[in-house]
Ligand binder design. Sequence first.
Ligand code: AMP
Length: 419
Amino acid sequence: MNILVLNCGSSSVKFQLINTDQQLIELNTDKRLAHGVIERIGGPALVHFSVVNADGSSRSHREAVPLRDHSAAIEKIVQWIISQEANIPGISSYADIAAVGHRVVHGGEELTSSMMITDSVIKQIEDCIDLAPLHNPQNLKGIYAIKKVFGGTAKQVAVFDTAFHHTLPDYAYLYAIPYQFYRRHKIRRYGFHGVSHRYVQYRYRTLVGLERENVNVISIHLGNGCSICAIKAGHSLDTSMGMTPLEGLVMGTRSGDIDPAILEHLSHKEGYSQAEVQSVLNKQSGLLGISGLTNDMRELIAEAVENDDRRAKLAIDVFAYRIKKYIGAYLAAMNGASAVIFTGGIGENSDFVREKIAHGLEWLGLHLDYDRNAATIRGKEGKISQDGSRLEAWVIPTNEELMIARDTFRCVMGLELPR
Ligand code: AMP
């Protein structure tokens, strides 16, 4: 079954076309047929599409073309996928794309697993806009656009970033503010990056041959957004992002955890409105805020190592220290774990950052293997701790699109979803 996976942002759409079915899932041989991104929707958009050849190499297509909205962008993607130019084996008409899987950021308390999109599900996703005003409206644009491009009968599935964390116990998801605010406004921890943490959990147990019930790991997703998840007996027990993706670890431009009294203080001292304070915390903080240079970890490492830049070093130190604190906290919350697992752009590629995080965790039983650590970059997966380390460290490149494609297939076929 050919599944179109869509991830819609405010001015961009990312896609993958994945061929999957029950047998391919069992053999882990699902195939990515094409992928791409359209950026700067609303103006002269930048299109970058690639077809994956049978031997794993790819053919690319780039162009700049005016695209007024998400609907036009998605039409462009679909037209290209079925075109003779793309020449994707077995795909030449709309009917060859069996279903569309959407990444949806916030499912609130009700939408706790992947599901077929019906009018009532759309209404529920709309109801969650309050909780994710920056993300859910973009995801909905993709859903409306597919309805328009394919007609009302298109099979669409929503896969929620919050769903993996629906197993958080109340003592982990409640904030210690008056309980009526939870009841009235649903203010609580939801957690995000759930599709990624779920993939890491699945892939780890496949690699080491464990049943889900026996997976006790800490999954550390370090990309532009960063979050960490305590996975006990295969389920999310706690995670660092909260009601919104602003809480927790230090990120590219987001502050993560902060004393809430700072908001009022900052507003008073700088004369900022509430919106300006939010903008500082979301867009001008994190690695960018501390370094004053960039939110890009690669550039920061270069500044720290080659130019001995003090603030670049400080930003990396604050970043790594926060992660270390969370590892300690989660090991206590879980009563121990067998591994910490790195994923995301930084987690998958930066042996430098991984070493900084692991340094000083020997007391917890984590002994890094420096050669393995240095060798496990650019899409490689595997263990990076020494054999016999009581707490292992792994790198598992995330694959959220694969999870979305598989869930879409299962929902369309009416199959049971993995718990
Ligand atoms: P993501 O959001 O998962 O695409 O991750 C983006 C982040 O990964 C950016 O901060 C990049 O600088 C970082 N990144 C990618 N490659 C490397 C690398 N080789 N070393 C350090 N950071 C990297």
